[in-house]
Design a protein around this ligand. Structure first.
Ligand code: EPZ
Length: 421
């Protein structure tokens, strides 16, 4: 078993370069199933969710060649299987994108139910609604979803709730459908736009991605080759921005898209820290005083992202005064607060609301990453705290952060990965 050990009380200073976006890459790789050809994708983060995604694609007959750490050549000419096993899909969430992609390409998919972070109920009713609207029949039994269609026909899809996954699956299934599809009440996250950009580069006709109405004019087939570079990771950038505030440090974050960071920037400034847009693709965050209390409510993009809620929770736990977080996306995203309380924080979570009574300091302790972003938050807490923190369940963190200890170490953190019996 591995754990991350941190000797605390470091102020983080220096530069960090952001990797490609996990949540874009885990949609783009399954989307290559729609291409009867070979494409090269760059800026793919080297994380375990991507490894798992490649493993599943290979079971479908996709050939993947690693050109460099972050570049993959993907040959989807010979898809010879429409079934992704539950054994593999249960290991990560975005495996559900194979349903939309296989349905689009082969008109038939059997995909094991997805796994991923345990954040509360994660239903797929909106994905199913979209597939059925396009003319597919859907059956869910024995931990699998089976979708079939003689023909997919463009249609209007209205999502009852804003869902990243359902928006992406609807796009994937509609790209090769007959006629025009529209997705109303679509999610607007940067990874939705990135997927649309990738598909358009490959010959799809998608407009409106990034707004709540996406229009897809079905095409007969996509191009047979192409290259694409994945957008930088909004959540990784936000994680380092919040780490700068929590440690009262000074970090320049390179290879980010500042537009994607507006909701985070606004909240950091409200806490009394400084954010400087350095132009191009860099932003500098510094903090030289105790942050003040603030309140946040997590919302779909462009609101404050739920995936930065735990990292913001660390800042709030050492801020002046009592801050409040209202989590509006997931039912169980406050599990990390118990771990922070073990480090001396004073957090009371009640359902979807948590109250953070700011304390003067955190104290190192053994803690457990309950999910990916909770893990990142606990690392930040360990860097802030006095003494040693040991973060367990590192595999959650490895699902979504590339070279996380190296990046924090370069900024001055005393952090290492240790093997434990
Ligand atoms: C994506 O999950 C991300 N995962 C999550 O990131 C992120 O937290 C989430 O979007 C919200 O931004 C990936 O992109 C792989 P949703 P997803 O469908 O698509 C409900 C991380 O840490 N819902 O937008 O699964 C659902 O229960 C991960 O990187 C339905 O009710 O999220 C939730 O309350 C964790 N029916 C809300 O919608 C459905 O059919 C939003 O979920 C689908 C969703």
């Amino acid at each position: 078993m591995e754990k991350i050990v941190i000797e605390g009380k470091s102020k983080l200073k220096g530069e960090v370069t952001i990797s490609g976006a996990k949540n874009a890459a885990v949609a783009i790789l399954p989307a290559t199933v729609l291409i009867n050809g070979v494409c090269t994708i760059d800026n793919i983060p080297n994380i375990s969710d991507i490894e798992m995604c490649c493993k599943i694609l290979e079971t479908l007959g996709v050939k993947i060649r690693k050109i460099s750490e972050n570049t993959l050549e993907i040959d989807s000419r010979n898809i010879n299987c429409i079934e992704a096993s539950l054994e593999l899909t249960s290991k990560f969430r975005a495996s559900y994108y194979l349903t939309g992609a296989l349905l689009g390409r082969c008109h038939h998919a059997i995909v094991g139910m997805p796994g991923g972070c345990k954040l509360g109920a994660r239903p797929m009713d909106q994905h199913i609604k979209a597939f059925e609207a396009l003319g597919a029949t859907v059956e869910t039994e024995q931990g699998k979803i089976e979708v079939k269609a003689k023909k997919l026909k463009g249609t209007s899809i209205y999502l009852d709730i804003v869902s990243v996954g359902a928006t992406i699956n609807a796009m994937l299934a509609a790209v090769l459908a007959d006629g025009v599809s529209t997705i109303e009440n679509a999610a607007k996250e940067p990874h939705i736009v990135d997927l649309a950009n990738f598909l358009n580069k490959m010959g799809a006709k998608i407009t409106g991605a990034g707004t709540d109405r996406i229009r897809i004019q079905g095409v007969e087939e996509l191009k047979k080759d192409g290259t694409y570079s994945v957008v930088p990771d909004q959540i990784e950038a936000g994680t380092f921005m919040l780490a700068a505030v929590a440690t009262r440090g000074d970090i320049t974050i390179k290879n980010c898209i500042t537009k994607h960071l507006e909701s985070i920037t606004a909240k950091i400034i409200e806490m009394g820290a400084n954010v400087e847009d350095l132009g191009g693709d860099a932003i500098r965050v510094s903090c030289n005083k105790r942050p003040s209390k603030i309140n946040i409510k997590t919302l779909p993009y462009p609101g404050f992202p739920t995936d930065l809620q735990p990292q913001m929770g660390v800042v709030m736990s050492i801020a002046q005064g009592t801050s409040v977080i209202t989590e509006s996306i997931w039912d169980s995203r406050f599990q990390y607060t118990e771990e922070l309380n073990r480090m001396g924080a004073k957090i009371t979570a009640q359902g979807k609301v948590a109250f953070f009574e700011g304390v003067d300091k955190l104290i190192g302790a053994p803690v457990y990453a309950t999910d990916l972003r909770a893990g990142a938050a606990l690392i930040i807490a360990g860097i802030v705290a006095e003494g040693e923190t040991q973060v367990y369940n590192v595999e959650h963190i490895d699902r979504g952060y590339e070279h996380i200890e190296e990046k924090f170490r370069k900024l001055g953190a005393k952090i290492k990965r240790v093997q434990e019996e």
